[in-house]
Design a binder for this molecule. Sequence first.
Ligand code: SAM
Length: 212
Amino acid sequence: MIRAANDARFWDRIARKYAADPIADMAGYERTIERTRHYLKGEQTAFEFGCGTGTTALRLAPALARIVATDISGGMIAIARERAEAGKHANVEFAVAAPDAAPWPDETFDIALGFNVLHLVAAREAALSGIRRLLKPGGLFISKTPCLKEMNPIIRIAVPVMQLLGKAPYVSSLSAGELEREIAAAGFEIVERAHHASRGRDPRPFLVARKR
Ligand SMILES: C[S@@+](CC[C@H](N)C(=O)[O-])C[C@H]1O[C@@H](n2cnc3c(N)ncnc32)[C@H](O)[C@@H]1O
């Protein structure tokens, strides 16, 4: 609880900078958008957690009936709402919420999305169980997650130092295998695994998981 509040403050602090930073690998991002769209149908509703400034929700909204995009950071959600208003997106709703305490009934959504966020969630088991609760039977959870154990060891050394300096939030050190096992243990079957980076070794598996 305290950790989530501290993390929300961290993301609030950097929200404007995050919004201004360009996407590092645009070709890789476009692949993720395209592959995600492949699973969406126009009559479906989606839930996104850790949506940040709403870029992905706004990109995917035209392929859905409705998308509810959430984040623990009010600063991120304020920027996402500004963008939605500027783009006149009527079927996107932004809300401050955490996946394990989301105020929607069981089985509300066809699709759940979580991009670049699962590694930032300390209470991951509760979050995955919350995501599963929100999905209809057979619903899909689509994610892309940086796995620290797949990265250069220097990054793993740098993260705790940055945390001590208040320059990084909570980050889990996961391998790709551990991530898949956690998602499967939460009651999902992995139906697609891919890597979308346009260059180098990609430590961020794209996973599509079906609710069992
Ligand atoms: C790296 S950004 C990714 C934003 C967006 N999904 C993207 O791909 O650009 C991580 C986001 O996750 C949010 N976040 C961090 N911890 C979270 C948690 N425990 N539950 C939900 N969201 C969280 C942050 O506020 C931030 O907006």
